[in-house]
Each structure stands twice: as C-alpha cells, then as structure tokens.
Design a protein. Structure first.
Ligand code: SAM
Length: 226
C-alpha cells in the first residue's frame, strides 16, 4: 500500500512564470474569497452555506474542466486543488469571467484537503492527466496508487463516480492494474468507445488538448464507487 503522504511531501505552493499585475490582483482579491479554510473539517455547508452535492478535482491545471463542470451544474459545489499559482490564476480567471459562485479553491495538495471531508460526502472526484512519473522507480509517486485511491474511495458516496483521464500509455496500463485490484470500484465501460471517446459532460482540459495536438490517444475512465 502506498501512503498518500509520499505524494503530499512533493507539493508546496509553486510558481512558474511571474504574474502580471491583473493576475496578481486576482490572487490578492478573488482567491481569499474562494479559498478552502486551511485547517479543520470541511463540508458543503461550511463552503457554500447549504448541503448541495460536492465535486472535487485533483490538480485542475488551468481550471477549464473545473469551470466547465461548475457552469454546467450551478446547484453543485466544486472544489479544485492545484499547487501551481499560474494554474490557480487560470481558474480564478474562469470564475470571474463566467460569474461562477459555486467554486472553491485550494492552492496546494489535494489529498490534504480531501482527508478533511466526511466519509461518503463527495458526489464526484476528478483526476485528469495526473503527472505520469514515467520512471519505474518513481511509481510510488503516482496519484494512481492504493494510498490515494483508499482516500478517494472513503470520501466518495456509494454509487458516485471517480473519473480519470490520461494520454500516457504507461500510466494508463498502471492505472488499470491498480483499479483491477480493487473491489470498491466498478469500471463503467461496456466497450472500447466508452473509454476512447470523451463523454459529452467531460470538458476538455488544456493538457488533453495539447496531447491531442501531438497525435496522442487519450483514455477516459469512469469508475463507480460500489
Ligand atoms: C499534467 S498536469 C494536468 C493538469 C490538468 N488536469 C489538465 O488536464 O490540463 C498535472 C497537474 O496536477 C497537479 N498536481 C500534482 N500533484 C498534485 C497534488 N498532490 N495535489 C493537487 N494537484 C497536484 C500539478 O501541479 C499539475 O498541474
């Protein structure tokens, strides 16, 4: 079994290119209004003031999927986690431009936030194009390991979905192997088209668009919590 802390230690707040003035203003003014509290248990009432269904995205990149889902289901609450400040700025820009009121953000490790939700409290968890950690000796750093999956399983409501997207063949095989060992998830694929074609209610991410441009195959996995 793989301990989620292996992954947690790797991520702090991180920055790529320097923020422009408008972007810095978003971080200073909008982010504090949307931030998940730093400590303590978390639920829908704390975050949104009512007991709406909650959906959770791990590593949202630039936030296009998070924002797309939030726009499609305004009565659900969306929590997105991403340690890269440049990605957080992307998500904040979507929230502002689309007037979204149902998004909350954590700039940091997703697992640290996930473990503060009550068990069986999330309606969906998304993991889209996780870092592949391609070297075999780094395999324990992959998000698709039993430690993180145990946590995701605990927090998802029975009958609800975990979604994984990847364009990395090694990661795809690895993930299928991990999920095949689990009795708490059921793969929702009747045939190849179910994982070769992006479902209509699955907004494309930036990483996926880049992968497609490079001619990569992309795999879409939907697992239901038993
Ligand atoms: C390859 S990118 C994909 C981004 C986005 N999901 C997409 O499809 O465009 C993987 C992302 O996961 C984020 N990430 C990695 N480990 C994480 C963790 N423990 N918690 C939250 N985000 C994480 C990285 O910062 C990175 O932005």
């Amino acid at each position: 079994m793989n301990d989620p802390t292996t992954i947690r230690r790797l991520y702090g707040r991180r920055q790529g290119h320097k923020l422009r003035t408008g972007q810095a203003a978003l971080v200073e003014e909008l982010l504090p209004q949307l931030e998940v509290p730093e400590t303590g248990s978390i639920d829908a009432t704390l975050l949104f003031g009512d007991d709406r269904p909650l959906e959770f995205e791990i590593g949202f990149g630039s936030g296009e999927h998070l924002a797309g889902q939030a726009e499609a289901r305004p009565d659900h609450g969306f929590i997105g986690c991403e340690p890269f400040i440049n990605g957080v700025v992307g998500a904040l820009t979507h929230v502002r431009d689309r007037d979204l009121t149902n998004v909350r953000i954590h700039m940091g490790d997703a697992l640290e936030v996930l473990e503060r939700f009550p068990d069986a409290s999330l309606s969906r968890v998304y993991l889209l194009h996780p870092d592949p950690w391609p070297k075999a000796r780094h395999a324990k750093r992959r998000m698709m390991n039993h430690g993180p999956m145990d946590l995701i399983a605990a927090k998802l409501k029975p009958g609800c979905e975990f979604r994984l997207g990847t364009d990395d063949p090694t990661y795809c095989r690895w993930s299928m192997m991990v999920m095949d060992q689990r009795r708490d998830f059921e793969w929702q694929a009747g045939g190849a088209q179910d994982f070769l074609t992006r479902p209509d209610d699955w907004p494309q991410t930036r990483y996926e668009r880049k992968a497609r441009r490079k001619g990569h195959e992309v795999w879409y996995f939907r697992y239901v919590r038993v």
